[in-house]
Design a binder for this molecule. Structure first.
Ligand code: AOF
Ligand code: ZN
Length: 327
């Protein structure tokens, strides 16, 4: 019970890295002495120190043999953008480690725990694989399937309609449902994706302005736009978060992109396969750093419209579906 209690604090810390860690994992870590938390750390930003190292940099005093290090993801044992966390744990003389979940990254996956045990560290875990895996479902999906976690959100009026006959927006969801969407869907994904027709019809802002809580941020806003039809006056190209907009188009249209980029939006070319974007091309563009402080993403909320939903469904690119029905 105590271990789970402390691990929940690690998960809370991990969440603070959301949207900042790019295609990496959100990870939290604490150091416990005589049942009190004496230091905390989390993975703050893509390319920066891992959670345990962040903690150990802050806590530079002597570690005692009964101190326990809690970390929500198995400590890594490889050299990536950072040196192996296992080595720093050993160097600092930590004797007890509690791990939340195994690292799905094939460079680690069990080898981090094994390295610590081989060096005489007492390791307990993984103690909360489901909860820790759920927080990092995007990272797990990228590392195990090579694509982001995808949630499909749709909204239907009770008569089944999703728009008026002329394509103009129909107010379907209640204010409460919108708050719920911003808090639990939009603010829990790295990006919101729509087809360009949704921008043309509804001109949505695609941010988290209604989200409850302090950690609201603007997710990346991805527009699938093969012909580059996005109106220059679209809100997503002109508001304060224009630099968080990524327009995906095909190569032939790239020369017309400069106007769209004038407020900081990115335009990325992806090859097409018949009449849809090539999935491998799309994922390789979205999973890796592209400049503009975009360091890759791990989760996408697909908000519409109906054609975009169909394309994702048909390709089996859906992990969770949420259908909001007007009350
Ligand atoms: C940890 N603690 O806080 C995180 C870990 O390129 P790098 O060096 O940032 O390494 C990325 C990999 O490191 C990532 O795929 C995952 O396996 C692990 N992330 N590990 O011990 C952390 N963020
Ligand atoms: Zn590490």
């Amino acid at each position: 019970m105590k271990n789970e209690f402390f691990m929940h604090r690690c998960l809370q810390l991990a969440e603070m890295g959301r949207q900042e860690v790019g295609n990496g994992a959100m990870v939290g870590s604490i150091l416990v002495r005589e049942e009190k938390i004496i230091a905390e750390g989390y993975h703050k930003k893509f390319g920066e120190s891992h959670a345990e190292v962040e903690l150990l940099k802050k806590y530079d005093l002597q570690i005692r043999s009964k101190d326990i290090l809690y970390v929500s993801l198995e400590p890594c044992c490889h050299t990536g953008k950072n040196p192996p966390c296992t080595e720093i744990i050993l160097e600092r003389g930590i004797k007890n480690v509690v791990v939340g979940m195994l690292d799905p990254d094939p460079r680690v996956s069990g080898k981090g725990i094994a390295a610590l045990r081989a060096a005489g560290v007492h390791v307990i875990g993984p103690i909360l694989p489901t909860e820790c895996g759920w927080l990092n479902r995007g990272f797990v999906s990228v590392r195990t399937k090579g694509r982001p976690w995808i949630t499909l959100k749709s909204a239907k009026a009770t008569n089944g309609k999703i728009a008026n006959e002329d394509g103009s927006p129909l107010k379907i969801t209640s204010d409460d449902q919108n708050v719920w969407n911003h808090t639990n869907l939009r603010a829990k994904h790295d990006a919101i994706l729509v087809g360009v027709q949704t921008i043309i019809n509804d001109d949505p802002i695609l941010d988290t302005r209604l989200a409850l809580g302090l950690n609201a941020y603007c997710p990346w806003r991805i527009i699938l736009d093969p012909q580059l039809r996005i109106p220059r006056i679209a809100k997503v190209l002109n508001d304060n978060n224009a630099h968080k907009t990524i327009v995906i188009t095909s190569k032939e249209n790239l020369d017309r992109a400069s106007d769209i980029q004038s407020n900081g939006a990115m335009v990325i070319a992806v090859a097409k396969n018949a009449d849809v974007f090539d999935w491998n091309g799309l994922w390789s563009a979205l999973l890796s750093p592209q400049g503009n402080d975009f360091n890759g993403l791990t989760s996408i909320l697909v908000e519409g419209g109906s054609r975009t939903w169909e394309v994702f469904k048909k390709a089996g690119m859906v992990d969770m579906e949420v259908n909001l029905v007007s009350l």
